[in-house]
Design a protein around this ligand. Structure first.
Ligand code: NDP
Length: 259
């Protein structure tokens, strides 16, 4: 099991290159640490270059190889640059983790169209831009792993999470279609659907009451830690290449709500 304090290089992923979006915090950050600790060369991507720089220096200090690309995945030009810079730096992309995402809470009446658009642009289109940009490289390699981070909200809609659920339901359709499209080229495509995980994800919510409720939801005792989702990513990657885990639904043990 991967724990942050256990970071130490092993060679499981030596020679592999990983691009992780949303690496400046939470699940993406922990995924980047886990991949680097397993010997992969890791490109860390997000908008906050300062946070990425701190992460990169910590990974480098542990003996890892890391490269920072700052940008906004909801801008196609940034997504293209993230992928191109990764390939220019390390020569290939073996593992792509799309963790960049935001939550906006509210219903169709209370959220503006711009707010709906932003959630869909980041959570869904951002992942699509990055995947489209990385595919030619993976196809040429005849090998690759794409892991998209969705949510339980991609399976179960809620009245005040409409925009978020729409983006994550969309991600499910996109990911399964891509799996079917790319399996014949040796590219595995997976989706992970986490439940409550202790990260900064509540901070992007505009409405103060909803933000507080979400803060509580992801910080209460018993929720998962980003390392739990990083473990799921490492499990997917670690299986023989003939096996594609297409979907992992992972929830806090004490989350007994039916799905
Ligand atoms: P965090 O807020 O901790 O991390 C989100 C990451 O996404 C940050 O690194 C942020 O970096 C990045 N990001 C946001 N918008 C953009 C953008 N436009 N371009 C590039 N990067 C962006 O939250 P989590 O780690 O929890 O979220 C990761 C994923 O997990 C999301 O897709 C979320 O929907 C999903 N998830 C989280 C759950 C939870 O309970 N925490 C449950 C289910 C799913 P920056 O601001 O620097 O750009």
């Amino acid at each position: 099991m991967f724990e942050e304090e256990e970071v130490g290089l092993n060679q499981q992923l030596a020679g592999k290159v990983a691009l992780v979006t949303g690496a400046s915090s939470g699940i993406g950050e922990m995924a980047a640490r886990a991949l680097a600790a397993a010997g992969a060369e890791v490109v860390v991507a997000a908008r906050r270059a300062d946070k990425l720089a701190v992460l990169a220096s910590e990974i480098a200090d542990s003996g890892g190889k890391v490269f920072v690309v700052a940008g906004d995945v909801s801008r196609e030009a940034d997504a293209l640059r993230m992928v191109a810079d990764s390939i220019e730096k390390f020569g290939r992309i073996d593992i792509l983790v799309n963790s960049a995402g935001i939550i906006e809470a509210g219903g169709l009446e209370s959220l503006s169209i711009d707010q709906w658009q932003r959630v869909i642009d980041i959570n869904l289109m951002g992942t699509i831009y990055i995947c489209k940009a990385a595919l030619p490289q993976m196809k040429a390699q005849g090998e690759g792993d794409i892991i998209n981070i969705s949510s339980t909200a991609g399976r179960r809609a809620a009245g005040l999470m409409g925009a978020y659920s729409t983006s994550k339901f969309g991600l499910t359709g996109f990911t399964e279609g891509l799996r079917q499209e790319m399996g014949g080229y040796g590219v595995r495509v997976s989706i992970i659907e986490p439940g409550a995980t202790e990260t900064e994800v509540a901070e992007g919510i505009s409405d103060p009451e909803m933000r507080d409720a979400m803060r509580h939801h992801v910080a209460r005792a018993g929720v998962m830690q980003p390392s739990d989702i990083a473990d799921a990513i490492m499990f997917i990657i670690g299986l023989p290449r003939r096996a594609n885990v297409s979907q992992i639904l992972i929830r806090p043990t004490d989350d007994t709500a039916p799905m």
